[in-house]
Ligand binder design. Structure first.
Ligand code: ATP
Ligand code: MG
Length: 317
């Protein structure tokens, strides 16, 4: 992204490539390139939306940032330090507490046999955020206030909360651990439409009031503008268009971005006119996909902070 005018990022990916081995048989080792030259930065108090369809590599980016996998080439930096240099147990634990994941399934990461209080107390104690019982109680109440849940919910078990409330607990837990950056992987896609916006608004408040940096992973471009100043559109392991979210929504330039936008049914969005004026985008979806897959021949700047990968029209991949 546009790093020249902004302070040092918390997380920076530089030309990251990730290949997975796919076996191949007969002694061959085939590889699959899940990420191809990915570069972006995450900043304090800002959100980057990483948008694209299933399998394009969004979660792989998050898994590389949390050190589940190492990049095949390229570098990932945390406050200027290469993640490769974060090796010993203490440093790794410290890094993992600063860079937290929140997942799609708000139930998956909560233990059904423990109360909400237990879920929040543990990280506070492990990360030495409190030194006595009174401080612990105060901190627990503060956390519940931050995520707009009543203090009484501390005594409840995960199954006694709604999906949206459970996702709020996951966000509270990330704060309890001391997160600077939260990688939110489809955090609202399993929630009822009516409560999605509440969770997105909470993330926005955490960003604005607490300075948390977010990577907001979604397949739904329509939700990016609620919380993300910047957006990167991914297709098959590459970022095809990136920059200010508003610029991308108002002037989507890459055929794949236009295809994504044409699939958005929300009539209140700023690009409604575009969808109405060009109703045939989805009809030519296969052609757009095959064009978007071809190796890129550079990129161009189409606005102040708006870039697009070049593509070649009309030739089958
Ligand atoms: N450990 C792995 N080994 C082999 N291939 C993998 C591995 N992890 C991911 N992939 C492949 O990399 C590609 C990107 O996967 P990834 O999970 O990042 O997609 P995604 O954009 O998060 O998709 P979704 O929206 O469905 O979550 C997929 O084709 C996937 O099969
Ligand atoms: Mg994923």
């Amino acid at each position: 992204m546009n790093t020249s005018t902004t302070p040092e990022p918390i997380i920076e990916l530089k030309d990251v490539v990730k290949e997975f081995s796919t076996g191949g048989g007969f002694g061959k080792q085939d590889t699959f390139k899940a990420l191809n030259s990915i570069s972006f930065s995450l900043h304090k108090g800002r959100t980057l939306a990483l948008v694209g369809e299933s399998g394009c590599g969004k979660s792989t980016c998050a898994r590389l940032i949390t050190k589940v996998h190492a990049p095949t080439s390229g570098e990932i930096h945390y406050r200027g330090k290469n993640l490769n240099e974060i090796k010993n147990r203490k440093e790794t634990l410290d890094y993992r507490s600063k860079v937290q994941m929140v997942f799609q399934d708000p139930f998956g990461s909560l233990n059904p046999t423990h109360t909400i209080e237990h879920h929040l107390t543990r990280p506070l104690l492990i990360h030495k955020q409190v030194s006595n019982k009174q401080q612990l109680r105060e901190k627990l109440e503060e956390l519940m206030g931050l995520v707009e849940l009543p203090v009484q919910d501390l005594e409840k078990y995960p199954h006694q909360l709604s999906g949206g409330q459970r996702q709020r607990i996951n966000l509270a837990r990330a704060i309890a651990v001391g997160a600077e950056v939260i990688l939110a992987d489809e955090p609202t896609s399993m929630l009822d439409v009516s409560i999605r916006l509440g969770v997105l608004n909470l993330m926005k408040e955490m960003k604005e009031k607490m300075g948390i940096g977010f990577l907001y992973i979604t397949h739904d471009l329509a939700t990016a503008h609620y919380i993300a100043e910047e957006t990167a559109v991914m297709y098959k392991g590459r970022i095809v268009e990136w920059g200010d979210t508003q610029a991308i929504l108002k002037n989507p330039t890459h055929p794949y971005t236009r295809l994504l936008i044409s699939a958005v049914p929300d009539p209140d969005l700023p690009f409604r006119d575009l969808v109405e004026s060009e109703p045939n985008y989805s009809l030519s979806a296969d052609k757009i996909r095959s064009e978007s897959m071809k190796p890129s021949t550079g990129m161009k700047q189409v606005g102040f902070n708006h870039f697009v990968l070049n593509w070649e029209e009309g030739v089958a991949a």
